[in-house]
Design a protein around this ligand. Structure first.
Ligand SMILES: Nc1nc2c(ncn2[C@@H]2O[C@H](COP(=O)(O)OP(=O)(O)O)[C@@H](O)[C@H]2O)c(=O)[nH]1
Ligand SMILES: [Mg+2]
Ligand SMILES: [Zn+2]
Length: 247
């Protein structure tokens, strides 16, 4: 029997990474699809921010590579940006059973959770990795679940690798507003590396300050443009939110 340790809790909001709360989560596998649905890098970065905010180690899983065989080649700069920032990243195909052993290896210790948008293959992945898991897959069942249930269950499944893992419902948006704008720079490892070299390193948020080492690194292609754009994007959002908070 794999369905041990059921946790049942009211779910009133859809926008938090770990709802229902699961205590002592060691790792979060951020599952996204390379196609169907199309990979949204801003959303991936938002999941990364939310994970860091929760102090949980994120592992990036880009699934459905069978649907986009040229994904790796076309996205190699973006992929290496995450790897160079220090994130574990795996390209998988649940359908073709590619690289699934790498994911199983991540489930060897403590509690892990799967998070990511709906339809990317989270439940299908666990069904492959954990014999007997029998989680519902496919968009139809998820939609029905959302419409008709006021409670959702998070089931802790025992992985063959030794740890425990929880599937989660899909998330459409996430909460990162707990981050103070000036602190956002610490959440982008490859950006924060340059901060000590900025002229005004104590407060430089790398947007329009003079003598900014991050801007220089960007010009030299040492920081991936899409990551800097994502940083700016979330900086502006947080700045706006914090302005409204204290005005
Ligand atoms: N082509 C392809 N389809 C997949 C893959 N993984 C999952 N799917 C399909 O994607 C749909 C959504 O999967 P599901 O596990 O329910 O996604 P979840 O919402 O993230 O749990 C299902 O129809 C799966 O069969 C994959 O690697 N390749
Ligand atoms: Mg699912
Ligand atoms: Zn700077």
């Amino acid at each position: 029997m794999v369905k041990e340790g059921m946790i049942e809790e009211l779910l009133s909001r859809d926008n938090l990474l770990f709802r229902p709360k699961i205590a002592n989560v060691a790792k979060v596998l951020l599952v996204m699809a390379v196609a169907k649905p199309k990979l949204d890098y801003f959303l991936l970065d938002k999941f990364l921010l939310a994970s860091e905010l929760e102090n949980v180690k994120p592992v990036i899983v880009l699934n459905k590579t069978d649907l986009a065989p040229d994904f790796k080649e076309k996205n190699k700069d973006k992929i290496s940006a995450y790897q160079e920032a220090g994130y574990d990243l795996h390209l998988t195909s649940v359908k073709k059973e590619e690289n699934l052993h790498m994911i199983l290896a991540h489930l060897s210790q403590g509690i892990s959770v799967l998070a990511g948008p709906s339809g990317v293959g989270k439940s299908a992945l666990l069904n492959k990795l954990i014999p007997g898991a029998e989680l519902k897959t496919g968009e139809v069942s998820e939609k029905l679940g959302r419409g008709t249930h006021t409670t959702r269950r998070v089931e802790l499944l025992k992985s063959g690798a030794g740890g425990w893992v929880a599937d989660t419902p899909g998330f459409t948006s996430l909460e990162i507003s707990g981050i103070e704008p000036v602190d956002l720079r610490h959440y982008y490892p490859e950006i924060s590396r340059y901060t000590p070299h900025c002229k005004f390193s104590a407060n430089c948020v790398h947007i329009h300050e003079p003598g900014c080492a991050v801007k220089d690194a960007l010009a030299q292609n040492e920081i991936a443009d899409h990551r800097y754009q994502s940083y700016r994007h979330f900086y502006k959002i947080l700045e706006e939110e914090w302005k409204n908070k204290y005005d």
